[in-house]
Design a binder for this molecule. Structure first.
Ligand code: FMN
Length: 171
């Protein structure tokens, strides 16, 4: 239990990476974690595109200002959802993304959630670069690499955001 809590607090957004590559086994381990996420009615509406190509990773930096880290990551994992499979694709794919980020931490790698959904222009650009059909949604991109920065673990617990029994009751 303590281990789990430590890993959760250790997960931080890592945006700079060394040029060490990830093995296929490492990437597969991350995807195993992602697909172990809870899923409404167990529909698992997700799909993942693993992008190693430098040309594609660079093209993905054009989605918005805060996606620059795709260029120097070893790999970018695009998290996709199919609304035709489940109306809960956002929740399910978000749970998968958090699992993926925690697994990254557990493997001593670094990553960050790069938001794409719900911005239509960002989604369309990712669709274009990765050849994704129109009916498939793009939740986010997750650039992953060997960390070139360290961040301290933290919890951001705020007692003021917790109520007991009824909303507004702090005790
Ligand atoms: C839905 C979502 C979208 C995010 N989009 C971006 C993004 O586009 N670029 C980025 O650098 N970080 C992005 N982040 C990461 C947050 O900035 C980060 O989680 C937050 O600052 C807290 O820092 P921490 O992850 O180190 O705890 C996103 C996080 C979430 C949950």
């Amino acid at each position: 239990m303590t281990d789990v809590l430590n890993w959760i607090q250790k997960r931080r957004s890592i945006r700079t990476y060394t040029d060490i590559l990830l093995s296929a086994d490492q990437v597969e381990a991350l995807l195993h974690a992602a697909m172990a996420a809870p899923s409404a009615s167990d529909r698992r509406p997700w799909a993942f595109v693993v992008v190693r190509s430098e040309e594609r990773r660079k093209a993905l930096t054009k989605t918005h200002q805060s996606s620059y880290m795709c260029a120097n990551a070893a790999v970018v994992i695009a998290v996709l959802g199919d609304p035709g499979v489940s109306p809960h694709w956002v929740e399910d794919c978000s749970a998968a993304t958090e699992n993926l980020l925690l697994a990254v931490t557990g493997l001593d790698l670094g990553a960050v959630w790069v938001g794409i959904y719900p911005n239509a222009d960002r989604e369309n650009l990712v669709r274009q670069v990765l050849n994704i059909p129109e009916e498939i949604r793009v939740l986010c991109l997750v650039p992953v690499g060997q960390p070139a920065e360290t961040k301290l673990p933290r919890t951001r617990y705020e007692a003021s955001k917790v109520y007991y029994e009824t909303y507004g009751n702090s005790k």
